[in-house]
Design a protein around this ligand. Structure first.
Ligand SMILES: Cc1ncc(COP(=O)(O)O)c(C=O)c1O
Length: 470
């Protein structure tokens, strides 16, 4: 075989190949069950990938949350757990890492992101006030609504168009936001809920120019900005790559500058911070910190552990330092892009540009013959699983839930199936297997008939809803 016939991926793309900045020290065997067994498992799970047993999954792209591989340093940190009820030394390590890399003054630990969302919503939101944000996130909006807030989407319109190539589709539309300030009165706005790399939009970033201008606008109206920092390190990579003036700055420098335009942040450390469990809240305001560090005791645990074991906080402190390294983020986003490039070459509809943590299949175009209330994205997740044991998740009408006022389904413009890539877990060969499965399901797309929902829980229905073939 000549060199022309066999080319590395780098050669095919006209560049030198890159590789992950780590090698594998421990492995976990994978098992693929037969197609008949997968069909049965899908049926038993009500065609909801959240209800599958992970033993029945081959390549698990359900989420990047809590699924990272920890490093040898993090595992060593686990052995240094100080499990004192109060004042564990691991808390102080974690606190110092958050202060050092994110730049906020005060840190409150929580068991995971939604614990932090709960506390900040309860502490700040008064019933009937507005919470504008750059597209909703499921748990974030629910906690804001449970506290009596009214969420208002103020993301730029481009974010709702999966084919639009805007480089910062996570940006806030400042005119929409100012209109809201004027319409309802800025004093009726609890805070601006800003997210880095907007999950529901396809992992799309926010630019530094946007957050800077947002700060200026909010200062004029005396409104605070709180950041969902869950994937903010990945957001920093896109700023470094795409925004003039940032190519020579490190991810760490960009992260800190971005956070400096906000008043605080909540964090699901299960993503960027490379741990399997954990979260935190960080703020600059003394009074708010007092309220939060009192509330955390009620709902999570003492203010120096907040629901985490000492060992978890140590792994988290180390994970923050590892997560912010430029070579780590480049390889992480590079792997997501590799999968995206394959699917794009094969003309499979995905959200463009490819975002930070996942490939989002555009189920509306994929199954253009299915109406949205036959749950095309849910159907696609089920079909992928049946084809190859690859587990993905729905991010469309099921995730959007019902309007609390009318009780009707919300019909989001984006109807997506998310292939989420865990950090430091899978190889390029796994990505090839995934890509081929997506292609096989795409080739058989006309046979899909959709699903009907037969069980619907009250809150966050996408986690537990059950379906049957239509
Ligand atoms: C953007 C975003 N915010 C908040 C959360 C909630 O975090 P957790 O799952 O740790 O409760 C998630 C988790 O999926 C997320 O993706």
């Amino acid at each position: 075989m000549t060199e022309e016939h066999l080319q590395t991926m780098g050669q095919q793309l006209g560049r030198r190949s890159w590789a992950e900045p780590w090698k594998i020290k421990m492995v976990e065997p994978l098992r693929m069950i037969s197609r008949e067994e997968r069909l049965r498992a899908a049926q038993e799970a009500g065609y909801n990938t959240f209800l599958l047993r992970s033993d029945d999954v081959y390549i698990d792209l359900l989420t990047d949350s809590g699924t990272s591989a920890m490093s040898d340093r993090q595992w060593a940190g686990i052995m240094l757990g100080d499990e004192a009820y109060a004042g564990s030394r691991n808390f102080y390590h974690m606190e110092a890492a958050v202060q050092n890399y994110y730049g906020y003054r005060y840190v409150v630990p929580t068991h995971q992101g939604r614990g932090a969302e709960h506390l900040i919503s309860q502490a700040i939101i008064k019933p009937g006030t507005f919470v504008p944000g750059n597209m909703y996130f499921t748990t974030t909006r629910l906690h804001q609504e449970l506290a009596g807030g009214i969420f208002v989407d103020v993301i730029i319109d481009e974010a709702h168009d999966p084919a639009n190539l805007h480089p910062f589709k996570g940006n806030i539309d400042l005119e929409k936001l100012e209109r809201l300030f004027k319409e309802v009165g800025a004093e009726k706005v609890a805070y601006v809920s800003l997210a880095g790399t907007v999950n529901m939009a396809g992992g799309q970033p926010v630019s530094m120019a946007n957050v800077r201008a947002l700060r200026e606008l909010c200062d004029r109206y005396d409104v605070r900005i709180y950041l969902d920092a869950t994937r903010m390190m990945e957001n920093a990579f896109f700023i470094q790559e795409r925004e003039p003036g940032y190519s020579d700055k490190s991810i760490a420098q960009i992260l800190k500058e971005f956070c400096s335009y906000t008043d605080g942040a909540w964090m699901s450390a299960k993503k960027d911070n490379l741990v399997n469990i954990g979260g935190w809240l960080a703020v600059n305001d003394d009074d708010l910190f007092q309220t939060l560090s009192n509330l955390v005791i009620v709902y999570e645990g003492l203010h120096t552990y907040g629901g985490m074991a000492g060992r978890d906080m140590e792994a988290l402190a180390i994970g923050i330092e590892e997560g912010v390294q430029d070579d780590h983020i480049r390889a992480r986003i590079g792997q997501v892009r590799y999968l995206g490039e394959l699917l794009t070459q094969w003309e499979i509809p995905i959200v463009q540009p490819v975002g930070g943590h996942a490939i989002f299949l555009d189920a509306k175009r994929f199954y253009s013959h299915l109406p949205q209330d036959r749950f095309p994205a849910q159907t696609l997740a089920a079909e992928l699983y049946i084809d190859s044991g690859v587990r993905s998740m729905e991010r469309g009408i099921v995730s959007a839930g019902r309007d609390p006022e009318t009780g009707e389904h919300r019909y989001p413009k984006l109807e997506l199936t998310r292939l989420t890539i865990p950090r430091r877990v899978y190889t390029q060969a796994h990505m090839d297997v995934v890509a081929e499965s997506v292609k096989a399901v795409f080739d058989a797309r006309h046979q899909a008939t959709g699903l009907r929902m037969v069980f619907e829980p009250k809150y966050l229905r996408f986690f537990q809803a059950r379906f049957e073939p239509f």
